[in-house]
Design a protein around this ligand. Structure first.
Ligand SMILES: [Ca+2]
Length: 237
């Protein structure tokens, strides 16, 4: 039979043990809760990081622009220079549209172009620049060609006129390194009409790629410079 004091001591010990157990249980609950919250936060953070580490890259397409003058080179003050601009897409992506930026120097006066979407008016004198926003997809392997015609300032005394152009496509990037350049510049000699060589005029007259206006101006210069030679050229054409 237990003594009353012994029973009281056993009861106190059980209460103390229960308190310790409850405290330990509370610690375990708090620890597990904190761990779960931390894990959830880490998971959320990892998800955000994975999104950030996966940027949406624009499609790559290697565009190329080639510019060269056609018709008369050298040009004459009061004459014209016609540039052919060819844009090709070497892929791999199809581009939704293209933008040509043209920068022309002193001595050139914009006349006309068959390129659509150009923000330049006839009579704009260089140095100046304009852009042509050309809508429509250009698939890999396709090319487009345009002509840009400029008058040469009749009072221009420089030795050359310069014209550069660059092609791009909004939202599309060219690969690096870039196998096919997006920009090209053309330098055209300018000489007084009387200094135009017979050989150059013969070649121009034979090829006849220049607009009628340019042909007329050159013919006028030729008539002044060479007289009867003009008749001979006409017969050859
Ligand atoms: Ca390119």
């Amino acid at each position: 039979m237990s003594h009353p004091q012994q029973i009281k001591g056993q009861t106190g010990y059980k209460r103390w043990l229960l308190a310790i157990s409850l405290a330990l249980l509370l610690i375990v609950i708090l620890t597990v809760g904190a761990w779960a919250a931390s894990a959830a936060e880490l998971s959320s953070s990892s998800t955000s990081k994975s999104v950030l580490l996966q940027p949406t890259l624009p499609p790559p397409a290697d565009l190329e622009l080639i510019k060269h003058d056609i018709g008369y080179d050298p040009a004459v003050p009061g004459g014209q220079v016609v540039y052919n601009v060819q844009v090709c897409n070497y892929g791999p992506a199809t581009v939704p549209s293209i933008v040509i930026e043209d920068t022309f120097g002193a001595g050139l006066i914009f006349a006309q172009t068959n390129a659509p979407g150009c923000n330049v008016a006839a009579g704009t004198a260089g140095p100046a620049a304009f852009t042509c926003e050309i809508a429509g997809a250009l698939a890999s392997g396709q090319c487009l060609g345009f002509e840009f015609t400029f008058d040469v300032d009749p009072n221009y005394q420089g030795a050359t006129v310069e014209n550069c152009a660059t092609v791009s496509s909004p939202g599309v990037f060219d690969p690096v390194p870039d196998p096919h350049p997006n920009s090209d510049c053309e330098s055209t000699a300018v000489v007084p009409p009387t200094a135009v060589g017979l050989a150059g005029l013969q070649a121009s007259a034979t090829n006849s790629p220049a607009p009628a206006a340019a042909t007329g101006l050159a013919a006028a210069g030729l008539a002044a410079a060479f007289g009867g030679t003009l008749i001979w050229l006409r017969r050859r054409r």
